[in-house]
Design a protein around this ligand. Structure first.
Ligand code: GDP
Length: 690
């Protein structure tokens, strides 16, 4: 399972990655890049912090839209209703083909001047693309606002959430002691699986009734007359996922650290997840059988992160074990029992029945099979269950080894068969009196869920519209990155963000990064989001390439990192606005005015400086005033049409849109040249400005 990364979180929050990096800095989290992973706790802190600010920003954006748009819209020929996207597109086209008037040569006319000027001399001011777009966006917001209704009550009732938590307060007479639920967390390969196997092995050999028949996602161990429930979460993501769904079921976290490797990044992540959950942590220092094992170093490293071993006067229990050889396992189990005893865990078997789903699958012969940790009350075969949008009558209850039982009280790991659909991990199961009620509630929830989905989509689109509003002038490179290993994917994402970060003009949206061949889902994501796919040292199956070709998705393949980076840099540079330079190439003075074919007049001039050129931008000045801007459309030397002509020659100059030449007018010829900026020049400009 992949971790949330800064850029993904930024996307979720509708922020630029760099802005989020800065925000993290404010939270005291330094040195992160857009590709850095963020743990769920930090992500949540950021979400909360920004939710409020985002709401404020949106209010302001909305206020600005409503305040500005009506005034501007008066200049739009069609009424607001007709000002459709087509109009906006037409406008873009018009802007693109507009004659290259040297706007920067002379100040824009003031409003008063504009009124006085003759109508044909002044191009009517039209609302820009930006104005049109504002109108379009505002209308979209209105439409979307209509789609968002206050959502109906969904999910299990709040009181149920309380029931699955450990009860607090006075312990009723009928209460029974329940076993702790233990989750083993730690860096990959540090021995989580081996430890669980080893613990079960201890149990199995100690018991008389044979081996473990199946894997259901949880197991129970009986040790010294007490039970312990172990959860086989594949990693701390799953652990946190359960928590995120409000199903915090773990009572004790065992943090496993290999004594030869020491504390690794995922060890710290796991530690933070356990801390965030507020559960007691027991450290198992594993692989102490290895010659390069160094348990003291592990203790020191953990102490540096706030887990002080009891032996050093702190309060973290640390046990040295070898999961492989089975040494220290009993010490660990002893410590789990000690910690559990302090927690005083109990449940009420007469309360309403509730449980939490920890694993679920569809079995071809048995239908949905759901592993449940029972939390309160008692469940019997034949009872009716409700779980999310699924329901059904319990056909069978198996204990964790697959043996059928008739009823189950709290604190057990069991398999339940009888639900009509597969719930998600973390879902809450409850007992309902009648199957009719269960069906009705399930149906209501399904409808509420669909409504929620519609609203979510609408909200998403509102967020998109706002994002568009705030990033009007920025261009976005959308990409999907597939690489052979995470390291190179991260390096690429980092480099792309760094490149784009050198300019204010560009933004990068990495929709997905992953390891492995380019897949059909990558292509469909690219189609849906108008993105390209960057494949670094991974294959593109022929069938996928075909789909990409058909869909018009670009897949850029690279084998060498610097080639990939150079190509990406070129692509980003291609997205930058060209830089225009305007240079005056010549001047001339009007000596005489001729009429050609009775209606078109031509200025007979003497070139006083530089050269005149056909197609060049023409500025006509009369005294201190500029009277015309346009292009040199015809240029003649005596009777001959010429492309260009230099000082000190005489020539005839014509411009299609100008007839009112007067002797003494000064003509200027300008040309506009375009250069492609590089990210380096951008960076230089950027740092010069800031
Ligand atoms: P997980 O990824 O955390 O579940 O780690 P595994 O349980 O799969 O263990 C990873 C590797 O470490 C396997 O090859 C295990 O055999 C080995 N291993 C686990 N515990 C020990 C131990 O106590 N001593 C030694 N020498 N190897 C161990």
């Amino acid at each position: 399972m992949s971790k949330t990364r800064v850029f993904q979180l930024a996307k979720e929050l509708g922020l630029q990655s760099q802005a989020l990096v800065q925000a993290l800095g404010l939270l005291g989290i330094e040195g992160v890049t857009p590709a850095s992973p963020v743990d769920e706790e930090t992500a949540n802190a950021v979400r909360e912090l920004l939710a409020e600010q985002l709401a404020k920003a949106q209010e302001i954006a909305q206020a600005e839209v409503t305040a500005e748009v009506p005034a501007e819209s008066e200049t739009v020929a069609p009424g607001p209703e007709e000002a459709t996207l087509e109009v906006a597109e037409g406008e873009v086209a018009a802007e693109e083909v507009r004659p290259e008037a040297p706007e920067s040569l002379v100040p824009e006319p003031t409003e008063a001047e504009e009124k006085e000027a003759e109508p044909e001399r002044v191009l009517p001011r039209r609302p820009s693309y930006f104005d049109q777009d504002m109108l379009r966006l505002e209308r979209q917001l209105d439409l979307l606002a209509g789609e968002i209704q206050p959502s109906a009550e969904t999910g299990p009732r709040a009181s149920l959430r309380e029931l699955i938590q450990r009860p607090k307060g006075a312990r009723p007479k009928q209460a029974v002691e329940v076993p702790p639920v233990v989750t083993v967390l730690g860096h990959v390969d540090h021995g989580k699986t081996t430890l669980l196997d080893s613990i079960r092995h201890t149990q199995v050999t100690a018991s008389e009734d044979g081996g473990i028949t199946q894997h259901i996602g949880a197991s129970e161990v009986e040790y010294k007359g007490k039970r312990i429930v172990f959860l086989d979460t594949p990693g701390h993501e799953a652990f946190t996922q359960l928590r995120a769904r409000g199903a915090q079921v773990t009572d004790i976290a065992v943090l496993i650290v290999a004594a030869n490797d020491g504390v690794m990044p995922q060890t710290l992540e796991a530690l933070n997840h356990a801390k965030a959950a507020g559960v007691p942590i027991i450290v198992a220092i594993n692989k102490v059988d290895l010659p390069d094992a160094n348990p003291d170093r592990v203790r020191q490293q953990l102490a540096d992160h706030g887990l002080i071993p009891e032996a050093w006067g702190g309060n973290t229990v640390m046990v040295e074990i070898s999961a492989l050889q089975g040494t220290g396992i009993e010490d660990l189990l002893d410590m789990i029992l000690v910690v559990a005893e302090m927690e005083e865990l109990w449940a009420d078997p007469t309360a309403a029945f509730t449980g939490v789903v920890v694993e679920a699958l569809v079995d071809s012969s048995r239908g949905p099979v759901v592993t449940v940790l029972t939390r309160s009350g008692t469940l019997r075969v034949g009872d009716v269950l409700l779980c999310g949008t699924g329901y059904g009558r319990v056909r069978r209850i198996n204990d964790w080894r697959g043996r059928a039982i008739d009823e189950v009280g709290p604190g057990r790991a069991v398999e339940i068969i009888g639900l009509n659909e597969v719930p998600e991990a973390g879902a809450i199961v409850e007992r309902i009196d009648s199957i009719r009620d269960a069906r009705r509630i399930a149906e209501q929830r399904r409808q509420a869920e669909q409504q929620e989905e519609r609203e979510h989509l609408a909200r998403q689109r509102v967020a998109d519209v706002y994002a568009e509003l705030t990033s009007q002038s920025r261009k976005v490179l959308r990409a999907i990155i597939k690489a052979d290993v995470w390291g190179s994917a991260e390096a690429l994402v980092d480099a792309i963000h760094r490149l784009a970060g050198t300019t204010d003009e560009l933004d990068v949206d990495i929709l997905h990064m992953g390891v492995g061949d380019v897949s059909e889902s990558d292509v469909s994501l690219a189609v849906a989001s108008d993105a390209s796919i960057i494949a670094f040292r991974v294959g593109v199956p022929t069938a996928i390439r075909q789909i990409a070709d058909d869909e018009g998705v670009t897949i850029q393949e690279y084998q060498v990192i610097y080639e990939a980076l150079e190509a990406i840099q070129r692509e980003l540079e291609g997205m930058l606005e060209p830089i225009y330079h305007e240079d005056r190439i010549g001047r001339a003075e009007v000596l005489q005015v001729f009429s050609v074919r009775g209606f078109q007049s031509v200025a007979g001039c003497r070139i006083t400086e530089g050269r005149l050129q056909r197609g060049a931008i023409l500025v006509v000045r009369r005294g201190r005033e500029e009277v015309f801007r346009g292009t040199i459309d015809s240029l003649r030397h005596f009777d001959r049409a010429v492309q260009q002509i230099e000082a000190p020659n005489e020539c005839g100059v014509g411009s299609n849109a100008w007839n009112d030449w007067r002797p003494g007018d000064i003509l200027e010829a300008w040309v506009r040249t375009e250069t492609r900026p590089t990210l380096k020049t951008q960076e230089a400009n950027h740092s010069a400005r800031s």
